[in-house]
Design a protein around this ligand. Structure first.
Ligand SMILES: Nc1ncnc2c1ncn2[C@@H]1O[C@H](COP(=O)(O)OP(=O)(O)OP(=O)(O)O)[C@@H](O)[C@H]1O
Ligand SMILES: [Mg+2]
Length: 226
C-alpha cells in the first residue's frame, strides 16, 4: 500500500430528518510518511469531517480508507478506539486539556489508555511525559494547571500530549485558530520541528501565513481540487 494515509472515493453523508448533507463527495487523498500537509478550504467544505475520519473518530459512508496497511473504513468501534490510542495524535483549536490535571498529568494521560504490554508503568509514563514536555520547551511548567498557562503554552502541552504515544501521525484542526500572531508563529515552528524529527503532520488551517513550506490540499464542496 502506497502512502501512510490513503483514502479512495470517500463519501460522508449526514442525515438530518429528511434532508441529507454530503460533507464529502468521493474525495481521494494520499499522504506519505514524513510529510507536512495543510488542508485549506472554505467553511463547511468538509475539512474537519475529513480530519476526523483520518483520525478514526468517524468512518466514511462510502469509500475506503487505509492507515498504513490497516483498512480503517471497515473497523469496529473497538478497533477504531485502539487505532486512536496507539497510532494517532490529535491537536484541537481549543486545546482540550483536562483542567483539573497538571501539565505533566495531562501529557501522561494518553499512556494510561494503552493496552497490555504497550502500557509503560507509572515511573516510565512520568519519565516519557517529562521527555516530551522538554521537547516542547515546557520543563518549567510541568506542575502548573492549564488555567495558569497562556494559549500558546496550552497548545504546546497539547502537542506534547499528541506526541507522547509515538503516533504514526499528528492531526491538527486549526491549531492556531485561538492564538495571536506571535504564538501562532511559535506553534507552527514547533510543528515543523516535530515534522523534522520524522513525524507526519496533517493540519487544517484558514491562515495562509501558517502554510509556508507545506504541501497544500485545497478542499471545496467535499472534494480535493488539486
Ligand atoms: N454531525 C453532523 N451532522 C450534520 N451535518 C454535519 C455534521 N458535521 C458536519 N456537518 C456538515 O458537513 C459539512 C462539512 O462540515 P465540516 O465541519 O467538515 O466543515 P469544515 O470545512 O471543517 O468547516 P469550518 O472551516 O467551518 O470548520 C457542513 O455542511 C456541516 O454543516
Ligand atoms: Mg472545521
Amino acid at each position: 500500500m502506497d502512502g501512510l494515509v490513503k483514502g479512495v472515493g470517500l463519501w460522508k453523508t449526514y442525515k438530518l430528518d429528511v434532508t441529507e448533507v454530503h460533507a464529502l463527495r468521493g474525495l481521494d487523498i494520499t499522504v506519505d510518511q514524513g510529510e507536512f500537509v495543510a488542508i485549506m478550504g472554505p467553511s463547511g467544505s468538509g475539512k474537519s469531517t475529513l480530519l476526523n475520519m483520518i483520525g478514526c473518530l468517524d468512518t466514511p459512508t462510502k469509500g475506503e480508507l487505509y492507515i498504513g496497511d490497516e483498512k480503517t473504513s471497515d473497523m469496529s468501534d473497538k478497533e477504531l478506539t485502539r487505532m486512536r490510542a496507539e497510532e494517532i495524535g490529535f491537536i484541537f483549536q481549543t486545546f482540550n486539556l483536562l483542567p483539573a490535571l497538571s501539565v505533566r498529568d495531562n501529557v501522561e494521560f494518553p499512556m494510561r489508555n494503552l493496552s497490555g504490554k504497550l502500557k509503560p508503568n507509572k515511573t516510565n509514563r512520568v519519565k516519557r511525559a517529562e521527555e516530551v514536555l522538554e521537547l516542547v520547551g515546557l520543563t518549567d511548567r510541568m506542575n502548573y494547571l492549564p488555567a495558569k498557562l497562556s494559549g500558546g503554552e496550552r497548545q504546546r502541552v497539547a502537542i506534547a500530549r499528541a506526541l507522547v504515544n509515538k503516533p504514526k501521525f499528528i492531526l491538527a484542526d486549526e491549531p492556531t485558530g485561538n492564538l495571536d500572531t506571535e504564538a501562532t508563529e511559535n506553534i507552527i515552528k514547533l510543528l515543523h520541528e516535530v515534522n523534522a524529527e520524522g513525524n507526519t503532520v496533517i493540519m487544517v488551517t484558514h491562515d495562509k501565513d501558517t502554510t509556508h513550506d507545506t504541501r497544500i490540499l485545497r478542499i471545496r464542496d467535499g472534494v480535493i481540487q488539486n
